[in-house]
Design a binder for this molecule. Structure first.
Ligand code: FES
Length: 573
């Protein structure tokens, strides 16, 4: 009765009598109306992340139904199950604080239930990374399906969308150029449909990287959430999941070092979110790979930004879809990619690309000879302020600030920043460098997207739109400006950010990849001797598990006991 260890007979509840376990499972399954013939089919689990708190997942119920239809049509049994879901603006202190919890829960549900393959339905920033981390660790055949981007809105004749335009209008409001009434009006147009942020924010970045990595059916990254093509794509995803049940490939066979390298190359070429790097590091860590930041920076020097989307460019995801989605991007990058990498279709990236629709005239995906930005979107900085690296999204920065020396204006924490940033007596000038510390993975906790410090009100009112900003925090992928992020190690564990004093001078030189505090080693040693760590202990629950085990940004902020036990190498290759 228990010889065949697939589908319904897989992973039995343990009563010490396997036949009894199967008998009992069958009885309960029949209460849901299934026939014996249904229970003999391959089972595709569908991770359902619908939540009333996740606006970006509003279409998940219809996507789950479309996946189910595809599974059924291909002869499988679709069984959906709920998982944690995370909406960016709906959780405190920050969705990043819960990404690993979602990854852990999703992994355990994939591993603990009788399914032969799983379709992961995600979309909002942290959900897709969490699901891919889970898939990497569970190593059960898996396909990622994203909800897809929102359509853009329109405000007084201007096309706009979340959340690059949210920030632009908010900054204008702080400068006194947009009234409170108009801001209220704009809230109705920034997110006008279901779906994820429609600029090249973190959700779009993860979708594009996932397609490049081979974990999504080709063509799935950019289809708008409310386009019928999204449903057809979901149905095909369900069909393909049934094929995966029988023969794989497994995530570990798809997300190889070469595929992860392809994903990093795409991250640089799309002007992708800096968060994409943290999440890719976490996914890679699950598979035994560390990110080699020196090599990544080398890739950045030779990979131009090709995709003209906000915040680095001008367009939105619906424009990328009209331009052909990821196919023209991958085609333009093809000489720099490993096209032999396997995808969820069982075919290689090169084979899929050869069969993708032919290119047509468009102005969203540029050529390597005439790019949006001559280097990759992200540059890796080194220096005495970030011994293990810091990053800057150079493609979304002010060119005149990429080489800058200024006086530090230091905020000791998020609370301190909130209390003082708009104070009329804040000693700050436009050429200063704003520093926020104790906002990293442990210090905040959760490494919130606070690295995009607001321009102090007194300067905003003078029309100042950008300043150099530096922190151990993250920034939204939709944000723009000259913002240095992810300084490692973070201040809360004694990283050099902890030693800066207001008035110190800092030098940033992105071309030279330099981030330097212009204070002598002797003085820094004296400050270190006098430094005492902030109180970041947690007593219980997830907070304790998180604080005790979260790693630094360069390791993806995963929990140390969830990464692969052995390191197999580094990426990019
Ligand atoms: Fe969900 Fe932007 S808030 S993708």
């Amino acid at each position: 009765m228990t010889n065949q260890k697939t589908g319904f007979r897989r992973r039995l509840a343990n009563y010490g009598d396997a036949d009894f376990s199967l008998y009992l499972r069958k009885a309960f399954a029949k209460s849901m109306g299934y026939r014996d013939s249904d229970l003999a089919k391959p089972i595709v689990g569908i991770a359902n992340t619908y939540s009333g708190f996740v606006s970006c997942h509003g279409t998940v119920p219809e996507l789950v139904k479309a996946v189910s239809d595809g599974v059924t049509a291909a002869g499988g049994l679709p069984l959906e199950f709920p998982t944690i879901s995370l909406g960016e603006s709906f959780v405190t202190p920050t969705s990043m604080y819960f990404r690993n919890l979602m990854a852990l829960e999703t992994e355990e549900m994939i591993s603990g239930q009788p399914l032969d393959a799983v379709v992961l339905v995600g979309g909002c920033d942290k959900t897709v990374p969490a699901q891919l981390m889970a898939a990497a660790s569970a190593d059960v055949p898996a396909i990622q399906l994203v909800t897809g981007p929102m359509m853009t809105g329109s405000h007084r004749g201007e096309q706009l969308g979340a959340c690059t335009d949210c920030r632009r209008y908010w900054a204008a409001h702080r400068r006194g150029e947009v009234s409170a009434e108009e801001i209220d009006e704009i809230t109705g147009q920034l997110c006008p449909t279901a779906g994820t942020c429609m600029v090249m924010g973190t959700a779009s970045t993860m979708a594009c990287m996932t397609e490049a990595m081979g974990m999504m059916l080709p063509g799935g990254a950019a289809i708008p959430a409310v386009n019928a093509d999204r449903l057809r794509h979901a149905r095909e995803t369900g069909r393909q999941a049934v094929t995966l049940c029988a023969s794989g490939p497994k995530p570990s066979e798809i997300m190889t070092d070469a595929a992860l390298t392809n994903a990093l190359r795409v991250l640089l070429a799309i002007g992708g979110s800096t968060n994409g790097l943290v999440h890719l590091a976490a996914i890679a860590g699950r598979l035994g790979f560390n990110i080699d930041y020196a090599r990544l920076d080398q890739l950045s020097r030779e990979t131009p930004v090709l995709v003209d989307l906000k915040p680095s460019g001008a367009h939105y995801m619906e424009d990328l879809e009209r331009a052909g989605g990821m196919a023209p991007v991958l085609r333009e990058l093809a000489p720099l990619l490993d096209l032999d990498c396997l995808t969820v279709t069982g075919r290689t990236l090169g084979e899929e690309l050869a069969d993708a629709p032919q290119a047509w005239p468009q102005d969203v995906v540029k050529t390597r000879s005439e790019p949006v930005f001559p280097e990759g979107g992200i540059a890796v900085l080194r220096g005495n302020l970030a011994p293990d690296g810091a990053i800057i999204k150079q493609s979304a920065a002010s060119p005149e600030l990429l080489r800058h020396e200024g006086r530090a204006v230091v905020f000791d924490s998020l609370k301190d920043m909130a209390a003082r940033i708009d104070a009329p007596d804040l000693d700050v000038e436009p050429e200063d460098i704003l520093v926020l510390r104790n906002a990293g993975p442990k210090g905040a906790p959760g490494m919130p997207e606070a690295g995009y410090l607001p321009i102090p009100k007194k300067l905003a009112l003078r029309g100042i739109k950008d300043m150099v900003r530096l922190s151990d925090a993250r920034m939204s992928g939709t944000a723009f400006g000259t913002v240095v992020l992810h300084a490692v190690p973070e201040a809360a564990i004694g990283g050099p950010l902890a030693l800066i004093k207001s008035g110190d001078r800092i030098r940033l030189d992105v071309a030279e990849r330099e981030l330097q505090l212009l204070v002598s080693d002797e003085e820094l040693a004296a400050r270190r001797a006098a430094w005492s760590p902030p109180d970041i202990e947690a007593e219980r629950g997830w907070a304790k598990l998180y604080i005790d085990h979260v790693e630094q940004a360069d390791r993806g902020c995963d929990l140390d006991f969830l990464t692969a036990p052995e390191r197999r190498g580094t990426v990019p290759l």
